[in-house]
Design a protein around this ligand. Structure first.
Ligand SMILES: *Cc1c(COP(=O)(O)O)cnc(C)c1O
Length: 427
């Protein structure tokens, strides 16, 4: 496999960017070697600077549910950008995307568009604090919510802890407002609420945790979180930046039929352009400025080009059978992998909707971060470069999930399934 061009580009990039990248996981540190510099994508395929072709299951980390350069999305972007790329004033496209979302989602009544998932979550947390007039937030070990200060916090040693910061530059004082509990553990959450009675503004959870493996929770657990929040007048935030529009149009809220107080979106919502959003009841959203006293703003928020891409993509998602077809494709891929890997393979494939995760484990279920064996990541590292050589592109870390898009054909899935399965068989 030729890599000269990617290697040269990476060497050059190291002069410009820390680690040569603009987001850390892209540097390939957990699998080693040089990241591929991508030249173009079409459907389920991407091509790197050296001309190597891959079937892509990273899909830009989830946003590209229609695959790369979907003609409808590309046309919408072109037509819109011809008319100007940003005005800092309202446009009809914002109404249209909001209408499309709100009229098909019974869990939220109003929405605010921002420019990334991180921004959506950061704003939702401020809203929860402003609405409840409380400071503390409760998050779970193994959930990722973007890189805002309050959320770059990992568990300490006890069951219920003020976390330790997971990044330099986050003040101790911030960390002291964030309580961290293990997933799938009711006692920890109960203990937190009894320890910090009337102090917890919100629980934030990825209802389908998919940033640290795929840690599927029981419905009963999510219902318990709903109940304990209501009981304590705390808000429940579902961070659906990954699961929103992925596990059905209404995401995990619809999948489990549980109504959180605030939902955050990102990734798919922008059709591959930078969009995030948060939504809630009209009552809660009325706290946001200029109606209310919780400030939140953005120069490029509701950007027309990004709105147009989002409208084009979500319109496709709303077509009958869209999600059922994605799920069938994903199941087909998994069956093909397992067929090729054989019975003795070390891998277990966890899945929901069109998300899948290759886990190297004997466990029937993995529902919390501490159940993941860090040592098992060596198996992922072992197969990763062979997968690339054989034309299959996964996110470059064993903790990352894969995504199937509408653009993956049966042929793509059969070929990728065989390649992944054969690589797995060797270890
Ligand atoms: C990706 C992600 C984020 C962060 O979104 P960015 O657009 O990368 O800022 C937050 N929460 C969840 C659940 C995510 O998957």
């Amino acid at each position: 496999m030729k890599k000269d061009k990617s290697e040269k580009l990476f060497e050059k990039a190291k002069n410009y960017f820390p680690g040569g990248v603009n987001s850390p996981v892209r540097a390939f540190r957990s699998v080693g070697g040089t990241p591929m510099f991508i030249d173009r994508g079409k459907g389920a395929h991407i091509w790197d600077a050296d001309g190597n072709e891959y079937i892509d299951f990273c899909c830009s980390w989830g946003p590209l549910i229609l695959g790369h350069a979907n003609p409808k999305v590309v046309d919408a972007i072109k037509q819109t950008v011809e008319k100007g790329s940003s005005f800092g004033a309202p446009t009809e496209l914002e109404n249209k995307l909001a209408e499309l979302i709100l009229s098909n989602n019974k869990f939220i009544e109003k929405i605010r568009f921002v420019s990334s998932g991180t921004e959506a979550v950061m704003s939702a947390i401020r809203l929860a604090r402003g609405f409840t007039k409380r400071n503390k937030i409760l998050k779970f070990e193994g959930c990722y919510h973007g890189h805002s200060d309050s959320l770059l916090v990992k568990a300490g040693s006890g069951l219920v802890t003020f976390g330790n910061t997971s990044s330099a530059g986050v003040p101790e004082a911030f960390v002291n407002e964030t309580i961290v509990c293990p997933l799938n553990n009711k006692d920890a959450v109960k203990e937190a609420f009894s320890k910090f009675k009337n102090e917890i503004a919100c629980i934030i959870i990825e209802p389908i945790p998919a940033n640290n493996g795929l840690l599927l929770q029981d419905k009963d657990y999510l219902q318990f979180l709903r109940y304990i929040c209501t009981e304590n007048k705390s808000l429940l935030i579902f961070d659906e930046v990954i699961s929103g529009f992925r596990i059905g149009f209404t995401g995990a809220a619809g999948h489990y039929n549980i109504k959180p107080d605030i939902i955050t979106y990102g990734k798919i919502i922008g059709g591959g352009l930078p969009v995030g959003a948060y939504g809630a009841s009209s009552e809660i959203m009325s706290k946001i400025s200029p109606d209310g006293d919780v400030y939140q703003a953005g120069t490029l928020s509701g950007n027309p080009v990004a709105m147009a891409a989002g409208i084009a993509q979500l319109t496709e998602c709303l077509k009958p059978g869209f999600y059922a077809s994605l799920e069938r494709k994903t199941q087909f891929l998994i069956d093909e992998i397992q067929k090729a890997a054989g019975k003795n393979s070390k891998v277990k494939i966890f899945t929901v909707g069109s998300i899948f995760w290759l886990a190297f484990t004997d466990k029937e279920k993995i529902q919390s971060a501490e159940e993941i064996d860090a040592d098992s990541m060596k198996y992922f590292r072992k197969i990763y470069h062979e997968l690339l050589e054989r034309g299959v592109y996964l996110g470059p870390s064993g903790y990352e999930v894969g995504f199937v898009s509408e653009a993956h054909t049966v042929e793509d899935l059969r070929k990728a399934g065989e390649v992944i399965g054969e690589c797995l068989k060797k270890i």
